[in-house]
Design a protein around this ligand. Sequence first.
Ligand code: PLP
Length: 375
Amino acid sequence: MTRTAIYLDHNAASPLLPEARSALVAALDLVGNPSSVHGHGRALRHLIDSARVHIARLAGAERKQVVFTGSATEAITQAIVGGAKSFAADAVVISAGEHAAVGKAAEASGLPVITVGLLADGSIDLDQLAQVIGEAQGNLLVALHWVNNETGVVQPMARINALVGPTRHTLFVDAVQALGKIPLDFAASAPDMVAVSGHKIGAPAGVGALLVKAHADVVRLIPGGGQEQGRRGGTEAAALIAAFGAAAAAFTERYEAAGVAALTARLEAALPAEAVVFGGERLGNVTNFAVPGVKNSTAMMGLDLLGLSVSSGSACSSGKVGPSHVLAAMGVPGALADCALRVSLGWNSTAADVDAFTAGYQSILERQRAQGQAA
Ligand code: PLP
């Protein structure tokens, strides 16, 4: 098989959209500081304001509810660490399937952390969540993800909203993997705060946003010079924000045009019969699967040699393949979880990409079987 270069890791980072690239490059040529009142400053301010309109539109939010940050991790930390103070929370409730950004922010809040389990299908155990809420003595800050980055499992957000919304407790949602793929209606729905990220929808990394309702005006992590209506200090990264806005305007149409769900179905239909696919109700762009006995570290190396980029779960900063806390929480035995590969498709994925993966994985399987027989 000849070496190709095929990207099947959109949940880690989505390739730059052409619209975002153009906006980024155009904005890089602008001079000045968006807070300056002169013409140069006003041009940058205009870019930021336009981007805010696009993010607000995509997330069903009001413009004033959008606070730009340097990443979703920052937005999440602001929501949880800042939110814990603002709402005088007594404990933070997370699920066992959260991204490290949520788990570590909960730890950093200094409050007790209550972890609700996942069911075998990857969904959050809502009976357990209801019990935690029912038994709460004080105020809870409930921080849950909408779409799981490792499995693509879509959490029952309407039920979570119905469970937490009418209570005195605060609800924060990590919508990083949902933005642009599932309709969000922030202004009209229960969450007090929602975090989103640029680089999951075709903008560069380094820009995110916290959506926040007026009553949830969280304690600032970065007060600084009063930017973002005093909610996040630091001179705005106008070029990245402009790219985020352009990506928000273009992403959903491109994602839908790629026919991602059909491509994922094609991939799953071609998996070996013994493959186990993890997760029940999933977003149509992720397949997290394992073939017993085929270790993900070996498979990923073999696929990489063929120019096929996939992942074993979340892209961890060490670059190592570690055990998945999400699969463990779903009750997947460790030996099977060690074989789990995540293939995540996106706006520029094609049937040829999927077929190259199928052929590449098959060749690794055959090689491993031949070596097993020779041994
Ligand atoms: N939450 C989820 C579900 C994610 O998938 C990610 C990124 O992988 C993050 C949070 C963190 O986003 P960022 O890289 O913008 O900090």
